[in-house]
Design a protein around this ligand. Structure first.
Ligand code: OAD
Length: 235
């Protein structure tokens, strides 16, 4: 059985009502990236950053998975964890809510915060205040959402690199392909011989690494594609 690598981005959760980042009216239209998604922004105005992620957390925790998430759960059930490697750039938990057991969150998770003093991670379903104490070391003014900010290194990169080299099929779903290192995964997979697919609302221009680009709402196009072509591409 073939090895499938799936990379998802904000577009996979658009069908669940979550805003993407770069669309008109997307998250980055109303907030400046440097204010809410950089360490410098966090140092300058931690309350603003916590406020932004506190709101996002509540929205994300209330969202429900759509058919794109659900078909990736079915894929995990059919292939097993040795044959499906699912990496998401999303900090929402919709793949887990759909049922997936093995999800690699390379940009972190909205339900966690990290203490910048002791580096331990705690679960956070409620709002975080900058005054809150770290439950482990007791420090105050040190809790940061466990989300990778611009300038920080994404998580699990060694494992991701290994899986990119081993996969037979690479699928990117709902991502604009502008944020590295994730934007470069398709080139690595292609270099090591994978067949490469993109499922996105719009075409990614000038990207020679995708063999096939399937344009449309991923909550429709991905289940359709997997229903029609699962045997052909996965066995
Ligand atoms: P973007 O907002 O950059 O891109 C979302 C992509 O999804 C766009 O290309 C849309 O065309 C596409 N899209 C929208 N709705 C869709 C749908 N229903 N079906 C299929 N595709 C759809 O989001 P990402 O590529 O995920 O980083 O952004 C990458 C990173 O930039 C994010 O993880 C975030 C951000 O800054 C961090 O927060 C660390």
């Amino acid at each position: 059985m073939k090895k499938i690598f799936v990379l998802t981005g904000a577009g996979v959760s658009a069908g669940s009502g979550l805003q993407t980042f770069r669309a008109t009216n997307g998250l980055w239209e109303n907030f400046k990236v440097e204010d809410v998604a950089t360490i410098e922004g966090f140092e300058k105005n931690p309350e603003l950053v916590h406020g932004f992620y506190n709101n996002l957390r509540q929205t994300m925790l209330h969202a429900k998975p759509n058919n794109a998430h659900l078909c990736l759960y079915q894929l995990e059930q059919k292939l097993g964890k040795d044959h499906l490697f699912l990496v998401t750039q999303n900090v929402d938990l919709l793949h887990e809510k759909a049922g997936n057991q093995d999800v690699v969150h390379m940009h972190g998770r909205i339900d966690e915060c990290v203490c910048l003093n002791c580096r331990r991670i705690s679960k956070t379903l409620q709002s975080i205040n900058f005054n809150d104490k770290c439950p482990y070391c007791g420090a105050t003014h040190t809790l940061k959402p466990n989300i990778v900010f611009f300038g920080e290194t994404p998580m699990f990169m060694d494992k991701i690199e290994q899986e990119l080299q081993k996969c037979d099929i690479f699928m990117a779903v709902g991502t604009s392909g502008v944020v590295y290192p994730a934007a470069g995964f398709v080139a690595t997979a292609k270099y090591y011989g994978a067949q490469t697919y993109l499922f996105n609302l719009e075409k990614i221009q000038n990207n020679p690494y995708f063999d096939v680009q399937i344009i449309g709402d991923a909550s429709v196009s991905l289940p359709d594609f997997l229903t029609k072509h699962f045997n052909e591409i996965c066995s």
